[in-house]
Design a protein around this ligand. Structure first.
Ligand SMILES: [Zn+2]
Length: 222
């Protein structure tokens, strides 16, 4: 096996396995959620096939597409969200993974057209500020991808709430994008519950920056 085919096999397995995190954390219903990853060193991405249940996913069933979203290798159609994922990879060299879900609490904020304010230290850590709202955009062209890239370009957050739709997250790799999707839903729920009982207290910008820098640069195993 050549080095590049070994890499592609690894990416297929990683993308397949990460879908079980979406179900484990309750981020998806039926087949509505997907993970993709860039293939290192190649202008390719690996993404979930469309309409296949999470229990039936295998590494071999993953779809390989070019960065225009056209299928290079796969027996099924790729996820219907492939164009949005591909747009992000074309416009963000730093992104190695993209995740999309309609997770309940985060999507409830999106349905109201409301960014999630930064009122938790965990939000400052992970998102470096609010989780921003992206535009209302219909599937079928580059509108969703463009909305993701334009919105995240102005924020430290790796997550964006697309209005009336759901969550897209990015990461240096697919696992980081999945983590962002899990954390996004977690803080969306907490801030929602807080909002039921009163007005959540904003964290001052300076402290948000301090927390974010510490978490991104010091915390954890490096
Ligand atoms: Zn969707």
């Amino acid at each position: 096996m050549s080095a590049s085919s070994a890499t592609l096999a690894d990416v297929r397995r990683t993308v397949c396995d990460l879908h079980s995190e979406l179900t484990r954390y309750g981020l998806v219903a039926w087949t509505a959620g997907n993970v993709s990853a860039r293939v290192p060193g190649q202008d390719l991405l690996v993404i979930k096939p469309s309409g296949v249940s999470y229990d039936e996913l295998t590494p071999e069933a993953m779809i390989v597409c070019d960065l225009d979203g056209d299928v290079v290798d796969g027996d099924h159609s790729p996820s219907s969200d492939t164009a949005a994922h591909a747009y992000v990879y074309r416009h963000r060299d730093d992104v190695g993974g993209v995740v999309h879900t309609h997770s309940t609490y985060a999507t409830a904020w999106a349905a109201r057209g409301e960014a999630i304010p930064c009122v938790l230290t965990a939000m400052a850590d992970e998102f470096g500020g609010e989780i921003p709202l992206g535009p209302f955009a219909l599937i079928g062209d580059d509108s969703i991808g463009k909305g993701i890239v334009e919105t995240l370009g102005g924020h430290r957050s790796p997550a964006v709430l697309m209005q009336n739709h759901g969550v897209f997250t990015i990461g240096a790799d697919a696992r980081a994008a999945v983590k962002a999707a899990v954390m996004c839903e977690d803080v969306a729920r907490t801030v929602h519950v807080s909002r039921q009982l009163g007005d959540p207290i904003p964290i001052p910008d300076d402290d948000v920056t301090r927390l974010h820098d510490r978490y991104q640069n010091v915390y954890g195993q490096r």
